[in-house]
Design a protein around this ligand. Structure first.
Ligand SMILES: Cc1ncc(COP(=O)(O)O)c(C=O)c1O
Length: 334
């Protein structure tokens, strides 16, 4: 279903343990070491320049996704745009703020409303694994800047591209943001890259003015990453070897599951990046969920992610090799 199962890398566990004597309040802004580690990682992984970049650690990325509209002062009468098939928390966050959600993949579909305050993009996407090209992201950023809206780019699957033809690109890349972070925020997570879902370790990077505003509110709201987790994040961001090892595990699982599902008659769409196979048997998703459940295989119903997912299911690559082997065996017998 999507929760990491492989061990937390030793280098990260050690950093957590070494920082366990933490009697004082941690910094909401993050320790200087963490802020530097985030900026250095963003420069490497997102191709962003470090100058003028605002950075802020978050308690995993889900809380930021859920509270971002509220933290930005978005409220009743305002519109938040989310992808047509999307991680449900974008809509939940708009609802928590009392704002209206519009589901749209193209901004022409949004129409001329002046009320749009926030546009979510998610590339590589959950659940579809779709990668948005730089030119598409650039248009979204230009559109939002013209209207005074913010673009929040959820990039938690950025390091997990599987196709040379569809390399994931960050909103912070100069190709997309034009070298200015004005009105853009990139949301990142260590849950999948570093098997850290249990630690709650994420961050946001981008427009320094917006990040300062988030920091101000989060300080007073007590949204603080615990000190040992901050130390663990520094270790995680500074070590690429464990992330490469984990990525190769997912690549191998993806290849096996892809072959097994297509061999069993499923059509896989998008899924060129990220941790999911987005698939259909050309029937209602609940019929597919049921068919798989009868074989002891659990997937998510596509309709969880929006009405456009009604005929799809989502299978996660986050299972042990043993479970992946069981799934491929059961599908081969189907
Ligand atoms: C698209 C997307 N964004 C954000 C999250 C939240 O991740 P976390 O809170 O573990 O950082 C997830 C988790 O699955 C996700 O799929």
């Amino acid at each position: 279903m999507g929760t990491p199962v492989d061990p937390v890398p030793q280098v990260i566990r050690q950093a957590l343990a070494d920082a366990s004597d933490a009697p004082g309040y941690p910094l909401t802004a993050g320790t200087p070491a963490l802020r530097e580690a985030i900026a250095a990682w963003v420069a490497r992984a997102c191709g962003a320049g470090v100058d003028g970049l605002g950075v802020l650690p978050t308690i995993g990325s889900k809380e930021l996704v859920a509270w971002l509209p509220t933290l930005l002062g978005i409220g009743p009468g305002d519109v938040v745009v989310v992808p047509s098939i999307a991680y449900p928390t974008y809509e939940d966050g708009a609802r928590l703020a009392g704002a209206t959600t519009v589901r749209a993949d193209s901004l022409t579909a949004v129409g001329p409303t002046p009320r749009v305050r926030l546009v979510w993009v998610n590339s590589p996407g959950n659940p579809t694994g779709r990668v948005l090209p730089a030119a598409h992201l650039r248009k979204v950023v230009d559109w939002a800047r013209e209207r005074g809206a913010v673009v929040a780019s959820d990039e938690c699957y950025l390091p997990l591209g599987w196709s040379a033809d569809a390399e994931p690109v960050s909103v912070l890349s100069p190709e997309v943001c034009g070298g200015s972070y004005d009105s853009v925020l990139a949301v990142h997570s260590l849950s999948k890259r570093s098997n850290l879902a249990g630690y709650r370790a994420g961050f946001v990077a981008g427009d320094p003015r917006l990040v300062a505003e988030l920091l101000k509110v989060r300080k007073h709201a007590g949204m603080i990453v615990p000190a040992p987790v901050q130390a663990a994040m520094v270790a995680a961001l500074g070590d690429q070897a464990h992330a490469d090892t984990q990525r190769e595990r997912y690549r191998a699982r993806r290849e096996r599951l892809y072959a097994a599902f297509t061999g069993a008659g499923f059509t896989v769409e998008h899924s060129e990046a990220g941790l999911y196979l987005w698939m259909t048997r050309d029937e209602d998703c609940w019929a597919t969920v049921d068919w798989l459940a009868r074989r002891g295989i659990l997937v998510a119903a596509g309709v969880f992610y929006g009405p456009g997912g009604q005929r799809y299911v989502r299978a996660a690559l986050t299972e042990s090799d043993e479970h992946v082997a069981a799934v491929t065996g059961r599908l081969a017998e189907a």
